[in-house]
Design a protein around this ligand. Sequence first.
Ligand code: TRP
Ligand code: SF4
Length: 337
Amino acid sequence: MKRDTILSGMRPTGRLHLGHLSVLENWKRFQEKYNCYYMVANWHALTTAFDDPALTIDAAREMVLDWLMVGIDPEKSTIFVQSEVKEHAELHLLLSLITPTSWLERCPTYKDQVQQFREQGKDITTYGFLGYPLLMAVDIIIYKANLVPVGEDQLPHLEFCREVVRRFNHLYSREVFPEPQAYLSEVALITGLDGRKMSKSYGNEIPLYSNPKEIKSKVRMMVTDPARIHATDPGHPDICTVSSFHKVFNKTAFLEIEEDCKKGKIGCVHCKKSLATALIDYLSPYWERRHELEQKPDYVWDVLYEGSKTARRKARETMEEVRAAMGFEIPGSTGNF
Ligand code: TRP
Ligand code: SF4
């Protein structure tokens, strides 16, 4: 039986953090079962941050180093860069001709962003940003991916993608593209240091690639049960960020820590120290792996080069079908050069 094809992507907009870890752990598991494409969405990154000088191919490289250190494996998955597969641009243009603007304007992500820009006094909702979901649809369907692991926030984009697919297949009376499904898998809900969602925009994140010193200082900043003043006061671990981290990264000790906290048998300082140790133990194999990878600077470039080549092969194949469906090919030519 043909294996299902997965495509997912991340924008290279800064250091990955612990909130990304369970997503990457899922990606790692998928590689054993599916035909996986993992994409650096660097064009997407530019839709909101076109003026960020840091958004170069080096940002892609940094992010992919994090992917590799947690075990995304170029032998098993196609790891590639969006901007290296120009066919995405062609398909994006073609689909823009059949996509009603109203479908894009009603996307909640678009409406939110416009609102945010307005509050910040900026007037920079670009043409490209409006097309964000369309470019994302292209990323998926150009590889004929049928499963897309995304967070809930991306579900409207996936629904939009399915609509575009139906419209295309209907207009050109053939099933060129499959309708992709969202693949909602469990992601550990990691909160940030302050108990809100972990996010760079809140500045409450713990980087994935870090060092013991930084981890210790981040953990010291975590909010605990505010009602607890003395180490002997009974605590409420269910409202404590530190405890929620023990649950994910210090599974064996979690129950005991929770009990001790409730009984006032453990102080927050000590509790945080033990979390920092657990986190460092959890992450250091990844850091070591990344140090090894950094010894061979060309390695990541090779991975991206080869992965992009593989991706391009598939994208070109799909584009031949698209051009044929739309009646664009010169007889005898595939349109690929
Ligand atoms: N929009 C996604 C995000 O911000 C990134 C992305 C771009 C993506 N293209 C994709 C995700 C295709 C899945 C499939 O998280
Ligand atoms: Fe949180 Fe630990 Fe303090 Fe309890 S002892 S409130 S779990 S930091």
